[in-house]
Design a binder for this molecule. Structure first.
Ligand SMILES: *Cc1c(COP(=O)(O)O)cnc(C)c1O
Length: 353
């Protein structure tokens, strides 16, 4: 077993006083410390918390050339009682290992991923904003460390955790373009993993859509270009009549969002029927035209719930009056009440540090 003592080296002077709490764009500011661990000779070793700093790697680093690189996104919140808590960390840990397995990377023990993250958040907990819709974004990631140019699984890896205080991600409702030409994931591929390359390959379609005035694309299945999948880093939900429908996970093309799972549980608690299944764009269009399509939104750790104000498929535009919606604001409220510790944590979602 690895040596799990975490060696802590603290920063001389905190950077906290230089932080502008009123302007916290996503992913731009990093806390004082970071967690680092190495996988060498089949063991996790060198577990450390050190000041946030640049790292040095070989130009022949295998991850740079062939992309063995995975990540997670988690958040910590300041609770009403003053405690600091991480939301559903265990679920992100499990998903991280599913990504690792698919990319021929070593699984990481809970003692490294969970304990390392908790200790880091505990040390830098003054970086958790004490403000509605704000949080401390946690970015665990792992990449190949071998110094070799050749397509094969690396023998050595580096695991790290960064912390970034963050404000609201998508403050405004989104305009979404239903993507017919480019695809994100295919059955048998890596769509269900948080592998870095998935995001690189999504940039082009996003740019084309942005040039037309959209915020994101809604991906469709790669085979028939008929069933909707997800958006950017968000799972998709449609409220049709008194049902909530979200694409199913069976064919491995969709990321199994932790927020998606939280939202499903809350929707059921609110009395809605939740269906996880194939949902065609034609069914969405029909529901819109008959007035049954009430709400459409994305879910993800970064933004929690992002409402869709316009959904465009070919030449047809579906527009929504988001201010009149009832379901998604209630879901947001119920999840936020748990996350900020204003109600009982009835699903055991919080891990206090
Ligand atoms: C991270 C991500 C999501 C959302 O997952 P959460 O666990 O809810 O943050 C959805 N889709 C993709 C492609 C993602 O990368």
């Amino acid at each position: 077993m690895a040596n799990l003592n975490i060696k802590v080296t603290k920063i001389n002077e905190s950077k906290l006083s230089g932080l502008d709490w009123n302007n916290l764009p996503f992913g731009k500011n990093f806390s004082d410390h970071m967690f680092v661990a190495d996988y060498i000779n089949g063991e996790w070793t060198n577990l450390q918390i050190i000041p946030y700093q640049n790292i040095s790697i070989s130009p022949a680093n295998a991850a740079l050339h062939y992309g063995q690189s995975i990540f997670e996104g988690v958040k910590a919140y300041r609770l009403a009682n003053g405690d600091a808590a991480i939301f559903r960390l265990e679920d992100n840990f499990k998903r991280f290992n599913r990504s690792a397995e698919r990319l021929m990377m070593p699984k990481i023990p809970a003692e490294v991923f969970v304990e390392g993250t908790k200790q880091l958040v505990a040390l830098d907990q003054d970086w958790i904003p004490n403000k509605e819709n704000h949080s401390l974004y946690i970015r665990p990631f792992m990449f190949a460390l071998d110094e070799v140019i050749g397509v094969k699984p690396s023998d050595s890896y580096k695991f790290m955790v960064l912390l970034s205080p963050t404000g609201p991600y998508y403050p405004k409702p989104m305009r979404i373009y239903v993507e017919e030409q480019y695809v994100r994931a295919v059955p048998g591929g890596v769509g269900y993993t948080k592998v870095a390359g998935n995001y690189a390959s999504s940039l082009y379609a996003a740019k084309v859509a942005k040039d037309k005035g959209f915020d994101q694309v809604l991906w469709m299945d790669a085979i028939e270009h008929k069933y909707v999948q997800e958006m950017g880093t968000m799972n998709a939900f449609f409220i049709i009549g008194n049902k909530a429908i979200t694409p199913g996970l069976e064919d491995g093309t969709i990321l199994e969002g932790v927020t998606r799972n939280s939202v499903i549980q809350i929707l059921k608690e609110m009395g809605l029927t939740v269906e996880e299944r194939n949902l065609s764009i034609d069914e969405i269009l029909e529901a819109y035209k008959s007035g049954e399509l009430k709400e459409a939104f994305g879910t993800g750790t970064a933004a929690t719930i992002s409402r869709i104000q316009e959904l465009v498929y070919e030449d047809f535009s579906m527009t929504f009056d988001c201010d009149k919606w009832e379901v998604s604001p209630e879901v947001t409220k119920r999840i936020d009440d748990i996350r900020y510790g204003r109600v009982d944590d009835r699903y055991n979602w919080l891990v206090t540090v």
